[in-house]
Design a protein around this ligand. Structure first.
Ligand code: URA
Length: 242
């Protein structure tokens, strides 16, 4: 699994506790910072995950305390830490709400566990715990993910059974899943899957000519969204997740 970090050197050094952004920028401009043995003076340099960074010849690393955050991701937000198109990211949501946690977020390097589509809302876990991320996203772990979907027409019982047994998306069958009615109108469906394929739920419904209108993740492993409002977030313990 490759995580796409795009953290600028000034932010990285601030995470390492080397002072304000302005101060660390003066260190960079003075040629006192090396990335994998090479002096860097470009403030736009990004630091890859396994890089060695030194300041005045001494290696520096961000703190390693593990942090777990449960976010109710709003619609219209990307599940990455940086977006080349300048769209709002999940980190922007964390930074905004509530303001008093901004300082904490400057001292840990958080990233989302897996992805939710731009228009999918709901439970998204963010952490700096790479081992847990690997475990949760590895196909062999079989962590259940539960979604509430609304679709553009009533779903028949036969279609629910077909979807639950498995359908072919991108040429590969999906594993057995659980598609259940939530309301009598038969357009509100609860979906439980343990795979994490790209746009899986939308693609599965599409095999039955059904379009997803709204999609919300409400559970991953043991962790439930509960009544957390859209855009809100809270700290959780590892033991609450898996
Ligand atoms: N399945 C989807 O289609 N989209 C998501 O965001 C998550 C699961």
């Amino acid at each position: 699994m490759i995580y796409f970090f795009c953290m600028r050197v000034n932010k990285y050094l601030a995470l390492c506790g080397l002072g304000s952004r302005r101060h660390v920028e003066s260190l960079i401009i003075a040629g006192r910072v090396k990335l994998n043995g090479q002096i860097i003076t470009n403030l736009a340099t990004t630091i890859p995950t396994d890089a060695t960074v030194t300041v005045n010849g001494r290696p520096v690393t961000p703190p390693t305390d593990k942090v777990y955050i449960l976010l109710n991701k709003p619609d219209g937000v990307v599940s990455t830490t940086y977006d080349p198109q300048g769209r709002r990211t999940v980190l922007d949501v964390l930074r905004d709400n509530p303001k008093q946690y901004q300082k904490l977020l400057q001292t840990v390097r958080l990233y989302p566990v897996g992805r939710l589509d731009y228009h999918t809302t709901g439970l998204l876990l963010l952490t700096n715990d790479g081992d847990l991320t690997k475990k949760l996203t590895h196909p062999s772990t079989h962590v259940d993910k539960v979604y509430l979907a609304t679709v553009d027409r009533p779903v028949t019982k036969q279609e629910l059974d077909t979807l639950s047994r498995g359908v072919s998306i991108d040429g590969v069958m999906t594993a057995p899943a659980l598609f259940e009615y939530v309301k009598h109108d038969r357009t509100h469906i609860q979906v439980t899957i343990h795979e994490g394929r790209n746009r899986q739920v939308r693609k599965m419904f599409a095999t039955q000519d059904l379009n997803v209108v709204t999609l919300t993740r409400v559970q991953e492993g043991k962790l439930r969204l509960g009544n957390l409002a859209l855009g809100d977030w809270q700290f959780v313990r590892k033991s609450q997740i898996i």
